[in-house]
Design a protein around this ligand. Structure first.
Ligand code: PLP
Length: 378
């Protein structure tokens, strides 16, 4: 067996493959010097919107800002409550805090780590304004029940699609087309990643699109004429130039991620000691931003160390659910409040998955997991 390191993801490898396209695209921006809201930004906004199938996309500074500006576009602020799930990346909840609204957390389902749509109904109060479902790990959140609930109670859905570029529901609709607004991140490690921070807000509502467009640029459409108090949060032209190149590969890359996930599934199917990630019945194309298994035996640290010693990098997404983060203890959720989120946070391990990964690397990871489990049994 080879000793080469199997990285968690291989951004240098991806750059080497695409340097012949990316370098000239970036050079063109440097030559034009249209660094702020330049040509490549509007091109990316158009092509990404067409790809997702949402009428408008507005480039902003990050996925976190995309969420924040989406909340602000709906004029959500102090006195309002926004419901989201306890096991997400902290940014989902921080965006709610930024606008001065109250984050209200609910549990996830253990089998798919997605928001428990049944728990949302019980969390709605007279102050609730929006729900932020997270398409965690690249899998679409449950749509039908939340949609019905939102419609009945007059709530907005804001999709956190930061991990789900190109993912679809079983009817073929892509993540990002469901909510009043949706937020994507182009953080370098995402399925579609820039060479720094970046994000977009997607929406079908022209009034909301207009607000986002103003807010990201100090409230001005015409230079020095400020209609509202805004922010400085724009997708850089250089980043858009990189994204224009990479967007052409996204479908292929996601397809490859699904092949690798299927290969893992075949190879790991026989081990009762681990729980493989479940594809939900409403999922069409899972984007497999992450391939997350669960290890209920309480020996995750030893497992990761064993793989690490054999050159296999793994990750934990996420080790501490939001309500147990020090930063959010002030929400007052005690330990045990969201048992599924707490359970999965103790059990999850993310295995390497990236479009440049080879079949034999999946085989080596799987065989090493087999070795670990055999030794544990002794
Ligand atoms: C990455 C991520 C974000 C934040 O995006 P940034 O571009 O890093 O600000 C928000 N939510 C989720 C679920 C994410 O994975």
């Amino acid at each position: 067996m080879s000793n080469e390191t199997i990285p968690f993801l291989d951004l240098p490898g991806q750059y080497r493959d695409l340097a012949h396209e990316i370098d000239p695209a970036v050079k063109r921006v440097m030559e034009r010097c249209d660094f702020i809201l330049g040509e490549a930004v509007s091109e990316f906004e158009r092509t990404f919107a067409a790809y997702i199938g949402v009428p408008r996309c507005l480039g902003v500074g990050s996925g976190t800002d995309a969420l924040q500006l989406a909340l602000r576009a709906l004029e959500i602020g102090p006195g309002d409550e926004v419901i989201t799930v306890a096991n997400t990346f902290i940014a989902t909840v921080e965006a709610i805090s930024y606008v001065g609204a109250q984050p209200v957390l609910v549990d996830c389902r253990a089998e798919n780590c997605l928001i428990d749509d049944g728990a949302v109904a019980a969390a709605i109060t007279g102050r609730t304004r929006a729900i932020i479902p997270v398409h965690l790990y690249g899998q679409p959140a449950p749509r039908e029940r939340l949609q019905a609930l939102a419609a009945r109670r007059g709530l907005a859905i804001i999709e956190d699609a930061a991990q789900a570029h190109g993912a679809t529901w079983s009817d073929g609709a892509r993540c990002g087309t469901w909510g009043r607004l949706s937020a994507f991140s182009f953080y370098p490690g995402k399925n579609l990643g820039a060479f720094g921070d970046g994000g977009v807000v997607g929406t079908a509502d022209p009034v909301l699109a207009e607000r986002i467009e103003l807010m990201r640029n100090w409230g001005a459409k015409i230079k020095y004429h400020h209609e509202i108090k805004g922010f400085n949060s724009r997708l850089d032209t250089v980043q858009a130039a990189v994204l224009n190149v990479k967007l052409q590969y996204l479908e292929r890359w996601n397809e490859r991620r699904r092949e690798l996930a299927a290969h893992y599934r075949r190879l790991l199917a026989g081990y009762d000691e681990i729980i493989l990630p479940e594809e939900s019945p409403w999922t069409g194309k899972h984007a497999y931003h992450l391939f997350v298994i669960r290890l209920p035996g309480g020996d995750r640290g030893a497992f990761m160390e064993f793989l690490g010693r054999r050159g296999i990098q793994t990750g934990i997404h996420y080790p501490v659910p939001v309500h147990r983060q020090k930063a959010y203890l002030d929400l007052g959720y005690e330990e045990g409040r969201f048992p599924q989120a707490e359970r999965v946070s103790a059990e999850v391990v993310s295995l390497p998955i990236f479009p440049e990964m080879r079949e034999d690397q999946v085989e080596r990871v799987s065989a090493t997991i087999g070795d670990y489990l055999a030794r544990r049994a002794d």
